[in-house]
Design a protein around this ligand. Structure first.
Ligand SMILES: [Zn+2]
Length: 146
């Protein structure tokens, strides 16, 4: 699954020549809305029928907005058929399959070209410490087969 997610992220980046989730959502006809949301919610990914909307909390800083948008894009691409609204909480790390897959997609997208997963892990940890971001969304265990 991890390989397939990586391939999907990489093929989008190659096709549209960007790894910016907002630009990619635009190209793919998904709507992204940056708007004030409840403090506990970093984003909402709406996958209803073909009506895909990614809401991002406008209170987040730039980098976190990218993460939330990339995660939402992951739901939009990987979980088209689920007909679900995903609420992305700021402080709760949901460990279900869909959330892990969306996180995985976000990592592949945002850290494109960073080849080794150790490097990716480092970037995430350092960024987290430096920016004091709550990266619970990216608190994702890289599989050994990666
Ligand atoms: Zn999610």
């Amino acid at each position: 699954m991890q390989d397939s997610i990586k391939k999907q992220a990489n093929s989008l980046i190659t096709k549209y020549n960007t790894n910016n989730p907002f630009e990619l959502a635009d190209y793919l006809g998904f709507i992204t809305i940056i708007t004030p949301l409840d403090n506990n919610i970093s984003g909402i990914s709406q996958n209803l029928k073909k009506n895909i909307v990614i809401y991002v909390n406008s209170e987040l800083d730039y980098y976190k907005k990218l993460i939330v948008a990339a995660h939402g894009l992951g739901h939009a691409i990987l979980h088209k058929e689920t007909d679900t609204i995903f609420l992305e909480y700021t402080n709760i790390c949901l460990q279900n399959k869909y959330e892990r897959e969306a996180d995985s997609f976000a990592i592949e997208l945002l850290l494109y070209n960073k080849q080794s997963y150790k490097y990716k892990e480092n970037v995430i940890n350092k960024t987290s410490a430096k920016e004091r971001l709550n990266l619970s969304m990216l608190n994702f265990k890289f599989p050994h087969s990666y």
